[in-house]
Design a protein around this ligand. Structure first.
Ligand code: ADP
Ligand code: MG
Length: 355
């Protein structure tokens, strides 16, 4: 399902590789902890699996696909089979819980009927039914992470990647999130989780892959965390006043998922501008223009919209969007809508059978 073959990743301008000769394979349905000190290469591994980055040498194959040969334009479709959650939740702060979970479905052209069914199902799965209309700031950190997990699962991905998903949560809430991830895994979803939470790793006795300075030093079927001496102490992150940063990462997250659709840029520009307006009333939270680096103008470099595609027209910037965005000149079948609705009869040849 996920295979690393002698993977080395060297970032430009660095002397030491972030990953060096990493080799492992994750089977369908496994729960795998990725552990190691800060800087050992965990996030780099997850980025390679999401095809946010490519290895300097070696091969990464995910869901039967060699990611080297995956065309840029196919990357967003590939990513719909992979849910991801992060330490900082990455929710859109000016959208409700429902809208956050529905947003990528809308911009990628899912039908209204599908959204009305799939979003409440995903929210129920994470224990958030009844909170659909809340705004992110009206939720606890644990609830915000549940929204992010619901968003990651709404497309029913085969793989869930979690990069330190409990890193910003208190211990009791972290336990809840761990139990949720274990339950999701028990439902058949493959879970790969990078973490520093030694106690959870020890308690769960699942497979553990340990990285040290980019090298894989352990791959244990039922492992514990191991040496805890280099675990950083928990330092709470500054959250208040960081709404602009949160909006930006949320926008980037949606861009990541939908990178080839030019219309998304307009929707995201609208979101960011609404966010800016909202923050303009709180002077100390207003970000300098330079702190929002071209989020609207240059979404994601490799997956440019095709030349012949009509430039997206900026949607009217008033009121919340209540209808799915209509995508100009986009082949609906290619968006996977039929597949997600169970109407597709030709299987999924975008992403081949799991190896
Ligand atoms: P972890 O998630 O385990 O903390 P990372 O994968 O983030 O580790 O980082 C591994 C190494 O790669 C670190 O030395 C880090 O500084 C470096 N690194 C990560 N991303 C980049 C980047 N975009 N450019 C240069 N160096 C990077
Ligand atoms: Mg990391």
């Amino acid at each position: 399902m996920i295979r690393f073959e002698n993977v080395t990743k060297r970032y430009r301008g660095t002397t030491r590789p972030a990953l060096s000769g990493v080799d492992f394979e994750v089977q369908r349905g496994e729960f795998v902890f990725l552990v190691g000190a800060s800087g050992s290469g965990k996030s780099s591994c997850l980025r390679l699996i999401l095809r946010e980055d490519v290895p300097t040498s070696g091969r990464v194959a995910v869901l039967g696909r060699d990611l080297r040969s995956l065309a840029n334009r196919k990357v967003p479709y590939f990513r719909r089979h992979i849910g991801s959650v992060f330490q900082d939740f990455r929710l859109l702060p000016s959208k409700t819980v429902f809208q956050n979970v529905a947003f990528t479905l809308q911009v990628t052209g899912s039908s209204r009927g599908f959204i009305q069914q799939a979003v409440p199902e995903a929210l129920a799965l994470v224990g958030l039914d009844g909170k659909q209309k809340r705004m992110p700031h009206e939720l606890s950190g644990g609830e915000q992470q549940r929204v992010a997990i619901a968003r990651a699962l709404v497309n029913r991905p085969q793989v869930l990647l979690a990069d330190e998903p409990t890193g910003n949560l208190d211990p009791a809430t972290s336990v809840d999130i761990m139990q949720l991830l274990a339950r999701i895994n028990a439902g058949g979803t493959t879970v790969l989780m990078a973490t520093h939470e030694a106690a959870f790793v020890d308690a769960m006795q699942r497979r553990v892959i340990e990285l040290r300075d980019g090298e894989m030093v352990r791959d244990e079927v039922h492992g514990g965390y191991g040496d805890t001496s280099n675990i950083p102490r928990l330092v709470p992150e500054e959250v208040r006043g960081a709404a602009a940063a949160a909006a930006l990462t949320a926008v980037q997250e949606v861009q990541r998922q939908t990178a080839d659709l030019s219309v998304v840029r307009a929707a995201l520009a609208e979101e960011l501008s609404a966010q800016r307006k909202a923050e303009a009333s709180t002077p100390d939270a207003v970000p300098a223009a330079s702190e929002i680096p071209e989020a609207q103008a240059a979404p994601i470099e490799p997956q440019q919209a095709p030349q012949e595609e009509k430039p997206a027209e900026a949607p009217a910037a008033v009121g919340p969007r209540t209808h799915p965005i209509v995508l100009p000149q986009v082949d609906v079948a290619e968006l996977g809508v039929a597949d997600r609705l169970g109407l597709s009869d030709d299987g999924d040849d975008e992403v081949g059978p799991t190896s």
